[in-house]
Design a protein around this ligand. Structure first.
Ligand code: ADP
Length: 483
C-alpha cells in the first residue's frame, strides 16, 4: 500500500534490470521487485552499470558519488528516475562504454568482466554504507547473482553495519576469476581460503557472496532444496548446505504492467472473461511464422538457446508431435550448435516448425498470445518466467518437473483434473522420451475442448503478481534488521 510507514532503505544491485537493459530473467526480477517492495513500505534504489545509452534515459540525473580510480579509471554515479523507478547508474567509460552486450562482445566475454563487476560491487558497498554525496545509506544491500557477489564482502571489509542478501537467479554462473586477480579486485590475501573466496584454486564471486551475506535467497522453493544436492548445486552444494539455515526460496512474480493480455499493446487484447481474440492472435502467429500445416496445438518456445534449456530434446520429440498435428514456433538465440539444430528441424518440417534466431521482445508477446502451449524442457530452472507468461496468456505450459517450473505448474493428472486444479503438463526425467509423452498428452488434452478451456481459464486467472514475493522479501528484511 502506498503511504505505508517507511520500513527501511534497500539498495538493489544487479548487472541488468528492466526497463533499462535485459538479457534474461534476472532483468525482469531486478526491474519488478523494487516497485513491489515500495508498496510494502521499503525505499529501494537500483544500482546498475551505465552501459552505452543508459544514462540518457535517466530523468533528473544528479551526481551522487565519484572516484578518480574505479578499477583503472574515473567514475561517477548518477541518481535519477526511469519511469517510476529510482536508479543509480555507474558511469565509468573504461569499464562499461563499449560495443556489445553487458557480458560479451564480438562473440566472447569481455576479458575484464571480473573488474567490471567487482567495480559494480565496490560502488554498491560504498553507496550502501553512506559514502554517497547525498548521505543516503541503505539498511539492506540486496546483491543479485555473481556480478554483485563481492558487494557483501566489501561491506564486511569496511565493517559496515548494513545487512546483506545474496540472491541466486542461477547457480550455474559463479563468477570464476583466476586467483592472481585477487589484489586487483581489492580483495585480501587472508580471505583467500576454502572457507571463503577460494573455489578450486580460483576466486568465485558468487561463493564470496554466499559466505559473506546475512541471508541467501533463491528464486523458488524447489530450487532452494535442489541446490543443496550435487546434481543442481554445480559444486556449490556444500556451501549452500553449510549456510542452510540462511537459505530460502521465494518464487518470482510476473510484472503485470508488462504481461497482461488484456492491456498488452503488442497483441489483440483478451482475458479469461473475454477470450475471443486469442484465436485471432493464433491465426496471426501462424501466418507470421508461415505455419500453414498445423491442425493441432501450436506450441512456442521463447528462450536462450543453451544446454540448460533442454531445447535439443526437441530433435527427437518433434517428429511424433507434428505427425499428430502439432506445430512449433521457436524464438531464441545463443549457442550456435543449438541454433543450427533448431533451424535443421524447421527445414525438415516446413509448415509445421519454424525458428527465429534473435532477441525480440515484441515478438515474444505475440507468441505467448497466439500459442496453445509453451514448452520449457529445462534440465534445471531456478524459477523460469515463460511458463508463467504462458499461464497468463492462455498457453498451456509443458514443463520439466524441476525448480520453479515444478512450483508454478500443476500437472494434469486425472486427480488434478477431477478437482479442477490442473494448469499444465509436467514431465520427468528430462529426456526426449518423457518430452515426447508429454507432447502426446498435450495433443490429447487439446482435443478435449472442455477440459482444455477449463485449464486455460485457470491459468489466466491465477495470481502470479509480485505481491506475495514482496511480502516474503519484506519479512526477510524485517528479520535481518531485527537481528
Ligand atoms: P533465463 O533467465 O534463464 O534466461 P527465464 O525464463 O527466467 O530464463 O527468463 C527469460 C526471459 O527472457 C523471459 O522474459 C523471456 O521471455 C525472455 N527471452 C528469452 N529469450 C528471448 C528472445 N529470444 N526474445 C525475447 N525474449 C526472450
Amino acid at each position: 500500500m502506498a503511504g505505508k510507514r517507511l520500513k527501511g532503505r534497500v539498495l538493489s544491485v544487479a548487472s541488468e534490470a528492466v526497463p533499462l537493459i535485459k538479457t534474461g530473467g534476472l532483468a525482469d526480477v531486478a526491474g519488478a521487485l523494487p516497485a513491489a517492495l515500495t508498496a510494502e513500505g521499503w525505499q529501494v534504489r537500483t544500482l546498475l552499470p551505465a552501459y552505452p545509452g543508459l544514462a540518457g534515459r535517466l530523468a533528473g540525473g544528479k551526481i551522487v558519488w565519484r572516484s578518480d580510480d574505479l578499477f583503472g579509471g574515473p567514475a561517477r554515479v548518477l541518481a535519477g528516475k526511469v519511469e517510476e523507478g529510482d536508479f543509480l547508474l555507474i558511469e565509468a567509460p573504461h569499464l562499461y562504454d563499449r560495443p556489445g552486450g553487458p557480458y560479451a562482445g564480438g562473440g566472447r566475454d569481455h576479458p575484464d568482466n571480473p573488474e567490471r563487476f567487482a567495480a559494480l560491487s565496490w560502488v554498491a558497498a560504498e553507496i550502501a554504507r553512506g559514502q554517497g554525496l547525498d548521505g543516503w545509506r541503505a539498511d539492506v544491500l540486496h546483491a543479485h547473482d555473481w556480478q554483485a557477489g563481492l558487494a557483501p564482502s566489501y561491506l564486511k571489509m569496511a565493517s559496515a553495519r548494513v545487512r546483506s542478501v545474496m540472491g541466486i537467479h542461477n547457480i550455474a554462473f559463479q563468477g570464476i576469476v583466476p586467483a592472481d586477480r585477487l589484489a586487483r579486485l581489492r580483495l585480501r590475501a587472508e580471505d583467500f581460503h576454502q572457507g571463503y573466496l577460494e573455489y578450486w584454486g580460483n576466486i568465485s564471486t558468487l561463493k564470496a557472496g554466499l559466505i559473506a551475506a546475512d541471508a541467501i535467497v533463491t528464486v523458488s522453493p524447489s530450487y532452494a532444496e535442489e541446490i543443496m544436492r550435487p546434481e543442481f548445486g554445480m559444486g556449490l552444494e556444500g556451501v549452500i548446505a553449510f549456510r542452510g539455515r540462511a537459505v530460502q526460496g521465494i518464487l518470482n512474480g510476473v510484472d503485470a504492467a508488462i504481461w497482461d493480455p488484456a492491456a498488452d499493446p503488442h497483441i489483440l487484447p483478451f482475458s479469461a472473461a473475454r477470450p475471443e481474440a486469442k484465436a485471432a492472435n493464433r491465426a496471426r502467429l501462424l501466418a507470421e511464422f508461415g505455419l500453414d500445416a498445423v491442425t493441432g496445438p501450436l506450441a512456442v518456445i521463447v528462450s536462450r538457446m543453451t544446454h540448460q534449456k533442454g531445447i535439443d530434446l526437441l530433435a527427437d520429440a518433434t517428429p511424433g508431435f507434428v505427425a499428430a498435428g502439432g506445430g512449433l514456433a521457436v524464438l531464441g538465440s545463443g549457442d550456435p550448435w543449438l541454433e543450427e539444430k533448431m533451424q535443421g528441424l524447421a527445414a525438415r518440417h516446413a509448415g509445421k516448425v519454424a525458428v527465429r534466431i534473435g532477441y525480440d521482445e515484441a515478438l515474444s508477446h505475440r507468441m505467448f498470445a497466439g500459442a496453445d502451449a509453451v514448452l520449457v524442457p529445462s534440465r534445471f530452472e531456478p524459477c523460469g518466467l515463460t511458463q508463467m507468461y504462458g499461464l497468463l496468456y492462455g498457453a498451456i505450459p509443458v514443463v520439466a518437473a524441476t525448480g520453479g517450473l515444478n512450483d508454478t505448474v500443476i500437472h494434469a493428472s486425472p486427480a488434478a483434473l477431477a478437482v479442477g486444479a490442473a494448469t499444465g503438463i509436467t514431465f520427468h526425467p528430462v529426456d526426449s522420451l518423457a518430452l515426447s509423452q508429454a507432447l502426446r498428452r498435450l495433443v490429447q488434452l487439446h482435443a478435449d475442448r472442455e477440459v482444455w478451456a477449463a485449464m486455460q481459464g485457470r491459468g489466466m486467472r491465477s495470481d502470479l503478481g509480485w505481491a506475495a514475493a514482496a511480502r516474503a522479501y519484506s519479512r526477510l528484511y524485517d528479520g535481518l534488521l531485527a537481528q
